[in-house]
Ligand binder design. Structure first.
Ligand SMILES: Cc1cc2nc3c(=O)[nH]c(=O)nc-3n(C[C@H](O)[C@H](O)[C@H](O)COP(=O)(O)O)c2cc1C
Ligand code: SF4
Length: 440
C-alpha cells in the first residue's frame, strides 16, 4: 500500500501559520458553491464517520430537511471518553483551525447558523486550546457575523465550545444534545432521529471531531483524491491511536485499510521484549477483541474488521502481549461500563452489574465453567435490547473475549490462577439482584 507522508507543519495551531498554509481558503471556495454541491462532494468522497459507527458523512448531512421554519444545528462530538481513544485531542491541540473550517463548511452545507463543539469534561487543557483558536478565528472575522464580509457570503455561523462534566454517556449523540440543553445526559429513544428532532426539537447533525476535520481537505483537493486514499469503501486517512504493549505508542495519521500487523510492528515499533501478542482490541474498548495469533491479513477499515469479527470503532488499537491477564483486563472494562451506564434501561443497568459481579467471582477463584456461559448469556440479553449502544459496548467485549479466549478463563475456573480482588463487590445501582437469582 502506498504510504502518504504528510508534511509536519510547525505551530499549525496558530491562526497565522494556518492562514499561511492555505487555511480558510476551503471555506471561501465552499461558500461560492451551492449547498447541494458540497453535500454531493462529501458524499462522493466516501468520508465515513470517525466517531465509532463509520456512517457516511455526506449521507448524514443529506438527511437534514431543506425547508423548515426551525433553526438547524451542528454538534461536534469531542467527548472522546472511550478507553483506548485519544485522537480527537490531537486535533484540538495541533490543528484546531482545520476543525473550525470544517465546521463552517459543514454548517453551510446543512444550513446551520449555530454549531457546538462538545468537549469531554476532563479535557481542561484542550478546552482552553480550542477556545483560544476559536477566539482567534472570531477576531480575524472567520466566524460569526463578520464572516459575511470576510468571505463575501450571506451565510454566517456562530460556534461555541461546550464543556461536558466527565460522563462517558454524554458522547452518545442524543445524550450529548440533552447535556448541551442543560439536562441530565440521558440518551433519547430513536426515532425520531436528530435530523428531524435534535437540539431543542430542531434539525441537528452530530459528527465526530476527526470526521469534520477531513472536510476542508476534501473541498481543496476534490472527492476523487480523497476517495483514492486507502481502503476503497472506507477511504481517507485515519488517526490510529496505538497503545498498550508497543514500543512507540501514539497517534499516527495514515491511510485507512493499513494491515493491523504493519501498524503494530512497523509503525508502533513492535512489542517490547519481542513478546508474542495475545490480544488486540482494534477500535476502543467496546469493540470485539481479536486473537493475537489470528491478526494476519486484517486491515484497519470497516469492511475488513467486520469480516474478522470486530469493528473499526474509533481506531484506538489496544495491544496486549502474551503475559497479559485477560480476566483482569475484562474486569476493568466491565467495571467501566457498569459505572458509566446511565441506568435508564433495565438490561444495561442490571446486566452490566451482573457482568462485573460474575467476573469478580471468577477472579476470586469461586467461579465455575457455567459462569463463562452465563457471562455470554447475560451479554446476549443486553445486546440490542437497550435505548442506546452503551449496552452493546458493554456486552461485546465480554461476549467475544470469553468466547475467543475461553482457555484463558478456564484457568480461573480450574484454580490455576486467582486474582487478588481488592475492591468489594459494590451493590448495583437500582435494585440489587442477589447473585443466586442470576442463575435462574
Ligand atoms: C455510549 C456511547 C459513547 C459515544 N461516545 C462518542 C464519543 O466520545 N465521540 C464520538 O464522536 N462519538 C461517540 N459515540 C458515537 C455518537 O453517538 C455518534 O454516532 C457520533 O458522534 C457520530 O459522528 P460520526 O458520524 O462523525 O462518527 C458514542 C456512542 C455511544 C453509544
Ligand atoms: S443502554 Fe445503558 S447507557 Fe444507554 S440508555 Fe440504556 S441504561 Fe442508559
Amino acid at each position: 500500500m502506498e504510504k502518504i507522508v504528510l508534511p509536519e507543519i510547525k505551530d499549525l495551531h496558530l491562526i497565522e501559520v494556518y492562514e499561511n498554509n492555505g487555511g480558510y481558503s476551503a471555506a471561501k471556495k465552499a461558500f461560492a458553491r451551492s449547498t447541494d454541491d458540497i453535500i454531493d462532494e462529501v458524499k462522493k468522497s466516501g468520508l465515513r464517520g470517525r466517531g465509532g459507527a463509520a456512517f457516511l458523512a455526506g449521507l448524514k448531512w443529506s438527511f437534514m430537511p431543506k425547508t423548515t421554519n426551525k433553526p438547524k444545528y451542528l454538534c461536534i462530538n469531542g467527548d472522546e471518553s472511550e478507553p483506548g481513544s485519544f485522537k480527537d485531542r490531537q486535533i484540538f491541540e495541533y490543528n484546531p483551525h482545520q476543525l473550525i473550517e470544517g465546521i463552517l463548511i459543514a454548517s453551510y452545507a446543512i444550513g446551520a447558523n449555530t454549531a457546538y463543539i462538545y468537549i469531554r469534561g476532563e479535557y481542561h487543557k484542550w478546552v482552553k486550546m480550542m477556545q483560544k483558536a476559536l477566539d482567534d478565528a472570531y477576531a480575524k472575522g472567520y466566524v460569526g457575523d463578520a464572516m459575511k464580509a470576510t468571505f463575501g457570503t450571506d451565510f454566517s455561523c456562530n460556534i461555541y465550545v461546550h464543556k461536558g462534566a466527565g460522563a462517558y454517556i454524554c458522547g452518545e449523540e442524543s445524550s450529548l444534545m440533552n447535556s448541551i440543553e442543560g439536562h441530565r445526559g440521558y440518551p433519547r429513544v430513536k426515532p425520531p432521529f436528530p435530523a428531524q428532532n435534535g437540539l431543542w426539537g430542531c434539525p441537528t447533525t452530530i459528527n465526530n471531531v476527526e470526521t469534520i476535520t477531513n472536510v476542508p481537505w476534501i473541498i481543496n483537493n476534490g472527492w476523487q483524491k480523497f476517495a483514492s486514499i486507502g481502503a476503497e469503501k472506507h477511504p481517507g486517512t485515519i488517526l490510529y491511536g496505538i497503545s498498550g504493549h508497543v514500543n512507540k505508542p501514539g497517534v499516527y495519521e495514515l491511510p485507512s485499510g493499513m494491515l493491523l500487523t504493519e501498524l503494530i510492528y512497523e509503525v508502533a515499533g513492535g512489542v517490547p521484549g519481542d513478546k508474542k501478542i495475545k490480544c488486540v482490541i482494534p477500535g476502543g474498548s467496546s469493540m470485539p477483541p481479536l486473537r493475537g495469533d489470528q491478526l494476519e491479513g486484517i486491515r484497519m477499515d470497516a469492511e475488513s474488521l467486520k469480516a474478522a469479527g470486530s469493528a473499526i470503532g474509533t481506531a484506538g488499537i489496544m495491544v496486549m502481549d502474551e503475559d497479559t491477564d485477560l480476566l483482569k483486563v475484562l474486569l476493568r472494562i466491565a467495571k467501566f461500563y457498569h459505572h458509566e451506564s446511565c441506568g435508564q434501561c433495565t438490561p444495561c443497568r442490571e446486566g452490566t452489574g451482573w457482568l462485573e459481579k460474575i467476573l469478580k467471582r471468577l477472579a476470586s477463584g469461586k467461579g465455575t465453567s457455567s459462569d463463562l456461559d452465563l457471562l455470554i448469556t447475560v451479554a446476549n440479553n443486553i445486546e440490542g435490547n437497550t435505548i442506546c449502544a452503551l449496552g452493546d459496548a458493554a456486552a461485546w467485549p465480554v461476549k467475544f473475549m470469553v468466547a475467543r479466549f475461553r482457555d484463558e478463563f478456564e484457568k480461573y475456573v480450574n484454580k490455576e490462577i486467582q486474582l487478588p480482588v481488592k475492591n468489594k463487590v459494590h451493590a448495583m445501582r437500582g435494585t440489587a439482584v442477589p447473585l443466586a437469582d442470576i442463575k435462574h
